[in-house]
Every structure is written in C-alpha cells, then in structure tokens.
Write a protein that binds this ligand. Structure first.
Ligand code: ADP
Length: 544
C-alpha cells in the first residue's frame, strides 16, 4: 500500500520563500572590507535575489550552467547562494586562497560560464583570467567602480524586476558545486542536489546537531567558499535566523567585536580561528563581552582538547566539535553528549567532547579494517565509511577517483577512526598522515593535540619522516607563543606521561608558522616535503 502524501519536491525555493514571507524584518548584517557595516533584511533579500535571478537570465544563464563566485562572506554572496540555483544554475564557490593555476584548473573542469567576484579579490582573478573562458564577470563593488571589462553588480540588478518566474526545479537537480581543497591530490568536484541541501539544512538545525532557530544570530567564520560555509547560510535562511557576515576580517579582535555588537549566539569555524580567539580572551580578560554566545562550532580539523577546556573553564564558552567533509555537504557527526554522559566525570566529558561525535540522523557509518572487513565490535581502528542523503555518490567527471565509492554504496572518507560503544566516532588520523614506526601505528593527531596543550605551544603538527631503522618516525613542527620557550627536552617530558615511549617525537623543529592549505588546515604534505631530508644523527633522540 502506498502512502497518500503529496509528491513535493525538496528544493531551495520554499526555504527562500519562507524567509521573505515570515521573517521580512530579520536582519542580514555584512561587514565590508573597509570595516563599514551594512544592514539589510530577509525582506530586501527576497526582492534582490529575484532581481539577480532576472539579471542572470539576461546574461544568458541556461539550466545547469555553472556560475562561479569568488567572494568573502557577505549578504550579496547569500543572494548568489539562492538566485543561481533558483534560476536553474549551479552555484560554484571558489576559494580565493588557491593558486591561480588551481583556480583555472577548477573553473575549466567545472566549465564555469559566469563569475561573480568581490572587488577586493580582483587581483586573484587577474592571476587566472587568461586561462579561463567566461561569458561575463560581475563585480561586487564597494566604494570603487567596476573595471571596464566587468559589470557592476548593483548597476546590473537595479533595473531588474523584483519578481522572478521561477522555473520548475526537481529535487535531484544540481544546486551547488564545490571542489575539495586538494590536501589529498587534485581538487575533486562534489555536486550538491537541491534535495541534499534541503535535508542537510533540516538536520543541521536540530538541537542535537548544530542547533539553529529564528531566535539566533549566526555568524559563519567558516568561509562561504568552504563547503557552503558548512551549509549554515541555507540552514539559517530556512529557520529565519539573523545572519552576520564578517567579510574578510577574520582576525580574533574583529570577530570578537562583531560577536559583541551583533549579539551573536552561534558561530562556526576551523580550530585555528578559535585558537586565536582563545589567545585574545586569555590576554585581555574582561575586555570582551561574549555573553550572548551559546555555541561555537568547531570542525574541519581536530579541535584540541585543551582548547575546548580553555574556553569552558576560563571563559564559560561552549565549543561543539563536529566532523564533516566536502563530500558530506559537510555535516557528519557532532560531539554533543547524551544526557547520561553529561553525568560522567569532568575528565570523561572532555574526552568525549574532543571526539568527533555521534553521527547525525541519516548519516550511517561503518568502520572497515585493513583486511577490508567491516569491524564488528566498534572498537577496532579502521577507515570510516559513510552513506546518506547528502553524501556524494561520485565526483564530478572524475572516473579516476571512482575507487572512493565502494561497490556496495558507501563513501570511503580516508579518515582512520575508532567508534566507542555509545556510537561516538573518534578520528585517529587521516590514512595518509598515520605514522608507521617499526610496524606500529602512531597517531599524528593525538600527538599534536597533546602538544597544543603545553602552555608555551601555539601550534603543532606532527608528520612521519622516513627512518633507516624504524621505517618512519614522528617529527613535531612547533610554533611557540610569543615570548615563550620550550626545549625539546621539556616538550618530551610533557608528553611522556601521556603516550607509549615509542610514540614520542624523535625530533622537534621550531617554526614561525606551519604551512597551511587554502582552508586554513595544516598542510602536512608540504611539511613532509620540508622535512624529508631530515638528518637523524643531527637531532637529539629524546624519545628513547
Ligand atoms: P580536504 O579533504 O581537501 O581537506 P575537506 O574540507 O573536505 O577538504 O576536509 C575533510 C577532512 O577534514 C576530513 O576527512 C577529516 O580528515 C578532516 N576533518 C574535518 N572535521 C574534522 C574534525 N572535527 N576532526 C578531525 N578532522 C576533521
């Protein structure tokens, strides 16, 4: 027997429409490059998106055309988030921190036809413009005229009608396209359907997931070019949340200022952002009012436990750890504690909150061991595989990467994990970052998280370096806090009670900064390259 419910396509249109209809006065706040603040509302947004959709069609947008954006977080970018897919196009966000060569590769692979770009990012465009073939370039200007070769965004949408004849869209149609940041090889395209974005938004908004409501004010520190700012702009629009966009100003002081001024309740970003904010709060206690903040979501890389603890104990701020990938739209797991775990000791609670967390509804997980068998007990270490309605089933035009998707319908994340009896996933490492020493695995993530708990250490990354006797040994790259000191001997003493002896790094390399990829994560491949000629005999071997 069939259910007797309507066939209703899950597209972004009802999300967009609801915000304009029921939350017309809720604010969208943007900070521009000159630090000025602009206030708008969902009511204005509702009209401007339709103007933009009309303008895109006038520029020749055809169903399925890819439209690239190269911009920071602001309300015009939000307009593009909706106008492009609602006009039948595909929103392709570009990461301005990538090289010109990578950007050209990605745009040509995606066959982008139009580009919307921030005026302050035109120098990035200059780096690749000769290598791409675009129908038009539209510039989000702020206090400057658009260059001759381009169209000014405001002038383009101004004469357009503020109602748009939305085409019929079916839920399986592509809405967005995002390339992985390429820490593991050439960037790979992930194509999000309308349905995936809708279901992802619904689950993200749940209180046990990211938790968003119309009473919140959400500030995405995570850039709108990084997995759609983790889908937060879609989720927030769905529930009518006030959105606060920081523009290019992502330093700790600028963010704290905005949290305070706009009474932000929920914010999200990668660990390096929160490490900077924690440092600022520690240095200047009592200066910043963070009392409006209910949750700070951290993801994209492992959140050091010492950071979660520092925010909690010293500043009464709640960090929520989450895991995801470009291929999972990105939300996969969230480390909120089940009620009975809230009763555990403080130590245990912290341990659980520093794990990657419990899979959200509709994300199924399994762990597959080295022998290819699915781990039955939930305890053994292995590769995390996932499936669900917002998990990619293949990459965009990339048969070479087909082996990331198993024959029985799972996506291979490349993350090595254990899953505890409660179902909480804990990442040990990415498969390529694990260190194999004398036949035993060593987790680089565990070592670097522990090192970042040392009072003098600002950042640490641990990588495998080839070793004549052990195959590989861990070497730690360390950035010290300003004015702090820590010798290799002191660091080893600090780690000794925490790890088996053979885990301890054999050598420490002090750096001014650890190389990062375009999304702010440690670029371990570059670090491995830098350290590949490391001479063991020259360095002390404190581990043994
Ligand atoms: P890339 O794969 O190019 O780095 P993604 O942004 O898709 O780009 O990164 C996904 C990866 O980031 C995951 O596979 C995982 O290794 C890492 N990651 C994401 N969130 C976390 C987290 N909370 N803890 C540890 N690692 C994480």
């Amino acid at each position: 027997m069939r259910g007797l419910m309507m066939d209703y396509e899950l597209t972004l249109l009802p999300i967009f429409d609801r915000a304009g209809r029921y939350f017309p006065d809720v604010e969208l706040v943007s900070r521009w490059p000159d630090k000025s603040i602009q206030r708008s509302t969902y009511g204005e947004f509702h009209k401007r998106v339709q103007k933009l959709a009309n303008a895109l069609v006038r520029l020749g947008l055809k169903p399925g055309d890819r439209v690239a954006t190269l911009g920071w977080n602001h309300s015009r970018h939000l307009e593009a988030y909706f106008a492009i897919p609602l006009a039948g196009g595909v929103l392709h966000t570009l990461n301005p921190r990538l090289s010109g060569q990578d950007l050209a590769y990605i745009m040509n692979h995606a066959e982008d036809r139009l580009l919307l770009v921030d005026d302050v990012l035109l120098p990035v465009y200059e780096r690749f413009h000769k290598d791409v073939n675009l129908r038009a370039v539209v510039v989000w200007t702020h206090g400057h005229a658009a260059p001759d070769f381009a169209i000014d965004y405001e002038q383009m949408i101004e004469p357009e009608m503020n109602t748009f004849a939305f085409p019929n869209i079916e839920e399986g149609q592509a809405a967005g396209l995002c390339y992985t940041s390429g820490t593991t090889g050439k960037p790979k395209g992930v194509v999000y359907s309308h349905r995936a974005l809708v279901l992802h938004s619904m689950v993200s908004a749940l209180p046990d997931a990211l938790g968003l409501s119309c009473g919140d004010a959400m500030l995405p520190v995570v850039p709108m070019f990084h997995v759609n700012a983790w889908g937060l702009p879609f989720t927030a629009t769905m529930v009518g949340t006030k959105q606060v966009f920081p523009g290019p100003h992502l330093d700790a002081k600028s963010l704290l200022e905005l949290f305070q001024k706009e009474k932000v309740t929920l914010t999200a970003g990668v660990p390096t952002v929160w490490l900077g904010i924690l440092d600022e709060l520690d240095r200047n206690p009592g200066v910043w009012d963070t009392s409006s903040i209910k949750a700070m979501i951290v993801g994209g890389a492992a959140a050091p436990r010492s950071m979660i603890e520092g925010f909690d104990k010293r500043h009464g701020l709640r960090v929520i750890h989450a895991w995801g990938m470009t291929e999972t739209t990105p939300l996969g797991t969230v480390a909120r504690l089940k009620p009975h775990l809230e009763k555990a000791t403080e130590e245990e609670r912290l341990r659980m909150r520093a794990a990657q967390g419990l899979p959200v509804p509709f994300v199924e997980t399994r762990v597959v061991g080295e022998n290819g068998a699915v781990a039955p007990d939930g305890k053994s270490m292995g590769e995390l595989q996932v499936r669900g309605p917002w998990v990619a089933k293949s990459y965009f035009q990339n048969p070479a990467e087909a082996d990331k998707f198993t024959m029985d319908g799972w996506f291979r994340t490349g993350d090595i994990v254990t899953v505890d009896g409660e179902g909480y996933v804990r990442i040990t490492d990415r498969s390529k970052d694990l260190i194999k020493s004398g036949g035993e695995w060593i987790s680089s993530v565990d070592l670097e998280n522990a090192l970042m708990g040392h009072p003098s250490v600002k950042e640490a990354a641990v990588v495998a370096v080839a070793h004549p006797r052990w195959g590989e040994r861990p070497v730690a790259a360390v950035v010290l806090k300003d004015g702090s000191k820590a010798t290799p001997h002191e660091l080893t003493e600090y780690l000794t009670p925490l790890f088996a002896r053979y885990w301890l790094p054999d050598s420490y390399v002090y750096m001014d900064a650890i190389p990062r990829n375009a999304t702010g994560k440690f670029l371990k491949s570059a670090l491995r390259d830098q350290l590949k000629d490391h001479r063991w005999e020259e360095s002390p071997v404190p581990g043994r």
